[in-house]
Design a protein around this ligand. Structure first.
Ligand code: PRP
Length: 207
């Protein structure tokens, strides 16, 4: 069995549809229940749904041979995996955002609220800017509104969340999309099976 970790949620459903179109279907997965793993014995595939931010851990540790993770997670946690393909879905960008009319006061340490501490630290280190990271797990947009931070570093897709909270993009740090990743040992020992999936998905990738 080739074990495949998919990110639970809307992105994962889109990604599964790409696998299915490429010939790696597993119809049971579409049944609306709470089961977390599904097998297609004929094709030798086992899919499982995991929290999007956990996919890289399953793959890094070999519980999954391959999986689909956002580039944001790969940049933030730098897991020891191979990145095989940009699937071209789940497109968004990692941005610095702040209240409209915001100006950086270089005399002060910048307070940055984010779920992506490493990405934010690396970005500001590259600018030589002193920052204080305020690590949060969600609703990041609230931080500058309540004076908890000066700016946020977060994902922006449509921009609606920022707009509805009177924030605006200050800078784009990096474009983000979903990537096919592989466990390093699996890639060596199951190269043929993984190669078949990569070639099939490359045809479907929305680049
Ligand atoms: C992300 C991000 C923003 C929002 C941006 O949150 O943190 O809050 O999406 O999308 P938009 O530009 O289309 O409004 P997500 O929905 O992934 O949930 P989270 O709060 O758990 O991060």
């Amino acid at each position: 069995m080739l074990n495949i970790a998919l990110p639970k949620g809307r992105l994962g459903e889109k990604v599964y549809a790409m696998f299915a179109r490429a010939g790696f279907e597993c119809p049971a997965i579409l049944e609306d229940n709470r089961r977390l793993y599904f097998e297609n014995e004929a094709l030798g595939l086992r899919y499982f749904w995991v929290k999007p931010s956990d996919v890289a851990i399953y793959v890094e540790r070999g519980a999954a041979d391959i999986g689909v993770a956002g580039k944001d997670i790969l940049l933030e946690y730098a897991p020891e995996v191979y990145e095989l393909l940009d699937l071209g879905v789940g497109k968004c960008r990692m941005c610095v955002a702040a209240p409209k009319g915001y100006h950086d006061d270089m005399r002060k340490t910048l307070r940055v609220a984010t779920k992506f501490s490493h990405i934010a630290s690396d970005y500001y280190a590259s600018l030589g800017r002193d920052i204080d990271i305020i690590p949060l797990n969600g609703s990041i947009e609230l931080a500058p509104i309540l004076g908890l931070s000066d700016v946020i570093v977060d994902l922006v897709e449509t921009g609606t969340t920022l707009r509805e909270n009177d924030l605006a993009v200050v800078e784009t740090i990096v474009p983000i999309s979903a990537r096919l990743i592989a466990n390093k040992a699996s890639y060596a020992f199951r190269n043929e099976a993984i190669g078949t999936v990569v070639r099939g998905l490359a045809e479907e990738a929305q680049i």
